[in-house]
Design a protein around this ligand. Structure first.
Ligand code: HEM
Length: 325
């Protein structure tokens, strides 16, 4: 591994260094490590999407036992068993990839805590998430534990994305301090939005507003607690959309990475379209496919916000155009 040390001393506009990025010694990652880290992050995203297929097709109890499926390692050809089994098989592939990335990071990047720590955190999440998945099956899918399993899955995926994005981190500043702060706010709002979405699903509040958008049962938010949960989800989606617009505009003005600064907006627009369509179609035949698109879209929005927050290393003083290489 070709190594070089470039201590990054990043100062905010007040002359203070943001704690997480202070004096980061940067050892360049190899192409092989980057490929492994990106593959593991993409696989973690696929796991979220396959989890969405399991839920939308109501296959959560397709394998009523765990870790076996109908008493065997590989189930018969029953549709729901195969769908649930595909989730477990994807989880097995993800596990192999996450272990591989953690071992590579441990052996090659002890000095790159920004890479090593998320790689180890992702590894630590695997047994935890597997046990949660088992509890989901044993308790026969109560909404609250399904929601927790989903949110923990998104945090796990975020750890794989952080490791992958950090491996690509440029020692040159890629954003102004303002842009980097905005990216972190968008990340925080995105996480709140993911949790609110999980609450909507756990509470079976997907139809709580009727087939209405932008209104909810004829007014802003009438229909009780379930309708309120869905309206909170909608409001958080609008907040993330507004932040994504500002990030994209700033990225195009040269204050942050142009491509990665724009992608969250594109993903949010698609995701809002899926979410609104879900509400408007109600329980029609398009509901299942739209629900899968909405979960996959949520994973995409979330992954892009995480990657942007990691990559947007601030330049030394606010308002300075970033050095884009
Ligand atoms: C950036 C925008 C959005 C994101 C990131 C997002 C994210 C999510 C997430 C993570 C879930 C939980 C999925 C699951 O556990 O299976 C969810 C569910 C849901 N969201 Fe969104 N959402 C967004 C926008 C919207 C909008 C604008 C609406 C409606 C106007 C909406 C309506 C719904 C509904 C109805 C559900 C329940 C779906 C179901 O029961 O399968 N979402 N959303």
């Amino acid at each position: 591994m070709e190594g070089w040390e470039a201590p990054l001393l990043i100062k905010s506009d007040h002359g203070r260094s943001p704690p997480a990025l202070e004096s980061v010694p940067v050892t360049e990652t190899t192409r092989r490590f980057r490929a492994a880290a990106v593959t593991s992050a993409v696989a973690a995203w696929a796991l979220v999407a396959v989890g969405g297929i399991v839920r939308a097709s109501e296959s959560g109890l397709g394998c009523p036992d765990w870790p076996l499926c109908e008493g065997r390692p590989i189930p018969d050809s029953d549709r729901t068993s195969l769908i649930e089994f595909s989730h477990r098989a994807t989880a097995a592939v993800v596990t192999v990839l996450v272990v591989l990335v953690a071992v590579m990071a441990w052996r090659g990047y002890q000095s790159r805590r920004d890479v090593l720590v998320p790689a180890l955190v992702a590894l630590g999440f695997i047994p935890f998430q597997a046990v949660l998945g088992a509890i989901v099956v044993w308790l026969e899918l109560p909404g609250w534990i399904v929601g927790i399993h989903f949110v923990v899955g998104m945090v796990f995926m975020a750890a794989t994305v952080v490791a992958a994005a950090a491996a690509f981190r440029n020692p040159e500043p890629l954003a102004t301090v303002g842009f980097a702060m905005l990216a972190r706010w968008a990340l925080a709002a995105g996480f709140a939005l993911v949790i609110a979405g999980a609450v909507v699903v756990s509470a079976h509040a997907d139809e709580a507003c009727g087939k209405e958008w932008p209104l909810c049962n004829g007014s802003f938010a009438s229909g009780g607690a379930d309708a309120a949960a869905q309206v909170v989800h909608r409001l958080l989606a609008y907040t993330v959309a507004a932040l994504a617009i500002v990030l994209a505009v700033q990225a195009w003005r040269g204050l942050g990475p142009r491509l990665l600064g724009t992608l969250p907006l594109l993903a949010v627009v698609a995701q809002m379209t899926f979410g609104i369509s879900l509400v408007l179609v109600g329980q029609g035949s398009a509901h299942g496919p739209l629900a899968v698109l909405h979960v996959s879209g949520a994973g995409t929005v979330w992954a892009l916000l995480v990657a942007l927050a990691v990559i947007a290393v601030p330049s030394q003083s606010a308002g300075q155009p970033p050095t884009l290489s």
